[in-house]
Design a protein around this ligand. Sequence first.
Ligand code: MF3
Ligand code: CO
Length: 252
Amino acid sequence: MRKVISIKTDEELNLMRESGHLLAKVHDELHAAVRPGISTLELDEIGEKTIRALGGIPNCKNYEGFPASVCISVNDEVVHGIPSADKILKEGDIVTFDTGLIYKGYHSDAARTWGVGKISDEAQQLIDVTRESFFEGIKMAKAGNRLYDISKAIDNYIKPYGYGIVRELTGHGIGTSLHEEPMVPNFKQWRRGVKLQKGMTICVEPMIAMGQRYVGWLDDDWTVVTVDGSLAAHYENTIAITDGEPEILTII
Ligand code: MF3
Ligand code: CO
């Protein structure tokens, strides 16, 4: 991970935006494919095909050995689930797609959680609140504010629901590498963090458990699950700090 926070020029931001907009289309395709009976391997194939058809390169594939293009995490899996032909979605599940691509040298990264068929009201609320916490967080993502203002806003938004905020994984800077400085935690810090500047591009990605915040790794060394077995949701976009409101690069 590079130790300086890269500041993108307007030309670079244009490329980040193109990369992000392509990724938004990939997520649309993935969402449209969600149904009971489909395997997570089939979904990964749809994701990879779409990324390549759009002229992108999947940035998850082979990342530190990750074997697929889309991290697909079901129910109590928080992130980094490995797609498999044996893993078949069923009605009532929740499924998270976390994926990204490289376009003209620039990375984009985004995650979404969806219900499979009809899901419980509790599961839908977890998904909705996780997404809302992202939007609360990025209200603070303005030049002159501090990085951990974002973290605090997410934490404050989640707190009344009693959900667990995962701490072991965080958001991150992004640009010509998938993971750059700075780390972007989703819980309150006891310092302010760096000053946000126009041209910074970061991924804000709350990972929220319905129960406790504790997570563990399965023996595949990738899949992160909640220790208490509770459902988890994830919502992520790549955003750019501007002179005014943040620009969400991975939503069209
Ligand atoms: N988008 C994921 C992240 O930022 C990708 C991780 S790399 C992978 O955590 F190898 F897990 F795909
Ligand atoms: Co990310």
